[in-house]
Ligand binder design. Sequence first.
Ligand SMILES: NC(=O)c1ccc[n+]([C@@H]2O[C@H](COP(=O)([O-])OP(=O)(O)OC[C@H]3O[C@@H](n4cnc5c(N)ncnc54)[C@H](O)[C@@H]3O)[C@@H](O)[C@H]2O)c1
Length: 381
Amino acid sequence: MKTISVIGMGYIGLPTALLIAGPGKKINCIDKDKNKINDLKNGKIFLNEKPIVKLFNKKKNFLKFSDTLLEANIYIVCVPTPVKKVSKYLFQEDLSILYSVFKDLESKIKNNDLIILESTCPPNTAIKLYKKLSKNFKINFANCPERAMPGSTLNEMINNYRVIGASSENCYKMTKNLYKSFVKGQIYKTGLTEAELIKLFENSYRDLNVGFANEVDSISNLYKVSSRKIIKLANYHPRVNIHEPGIGVGGHCIPVDPWFLIRKKYSKNSLILSARISNLKKEEKIYTQISNKLDKKKKNLFFGITYKKNTDDIRNSPAKNIINKLKKRFPNIYIFDPINKKYNNISVKSVKSMKFENLFVLVNHDWLNKNKIKSKKIISF
Ligand SMILES: NC(=O)c1ccc[n+]([C@@H]2O[C@H](COP(=O)([O-])OP(=O)(O)OC[C@H]3O[C@@H](n4cnc5c(N)ncnc54)[C@H](O)[C@@H]3O)[C@@H](O)[C@H]2O)c1
């Protein structure tokens, strides 16, 4: 019987624990948030994706919940690796949570244990952690950055391709064996740092691509043509894939991960840095654009608060940032999101029955296609 401690019961850790859980495996679900652990013990989960709730109800008896680290043979680390603001357009990684978890691990690990790092990290983080632990223990260390998308978490965890950066051939085999129990996508072997870089370049590519799409949008506006049409047709080219323009870039990964690649030494003329700054500025530009033309006396409805459409995730959401700023200047604006209702100040019934002067669509949830809102003007971005 193998014991596995999954550390960090968030968007990534909890679904991972659920997918691994089953006969022959004891799963310890660790989180330092006592309330979260108590909720989990009482059968309550904060993720409201139906497949996750269903799997939780099916597998909860295989799980043990704890707010302190429990000894195991395999440790899977899924804690946050955020950035902190240094100046207006400069952010830097904050790995303090990750380091504190590894400090705890030092008191628990034994020779031959397997440690899997799923958190997204700056290049060389895994190798440094591995070297530190291997001074005193003969351990196996794997780096398997997760890339699942909230809203489709289980589907992506099962079907996405997976990279295993491993400290040795044996470590690769052990890690692959574990992931094989639920991953249907291809699994590729890499080095520890390669695994980090692949994940970081994927998300930087997407950040750059959105920045490019926003530039396509600005240039198209100059010529009074629809950027959506331009992008749709340009994407018929077999080697072109321009993303959608928007009000900025949000979520837990894309506005964060590129900063891990931005180093003083390499950042002069860095495209990655330019895209990051451009996407931060886009949010400010939209705020200025809206606040310049907003008439306080009219009924203005702002639709969508999440970081992208059809999700309830509001982490680093440009829509949330814009609305929070607008609310200070225009306290009478109406805010409505059909999925994440936390910021709503109007009921769904009133949204459907009232007539608005302006409907600002910040996030184009599919709900809008199925429901009608009466407004003189609709402003989309
Ligand atoms: N959410 C995503 O879409 C996504 C996708 C791919 C990769 N990732 C990466 O996965 C990692 C985890 O992200 P997440 O979205 O699951 O984060 P999250 O914020 O949803 O969850 C992290 C959990 O870790 C817990 N935690 C914090 N400090 C702890 C400690 N010292 N010991 C134990 N638990 C602790 C928190 O209480 C929280 O419950 C990050 O590195 C992130 O970049 C996230």
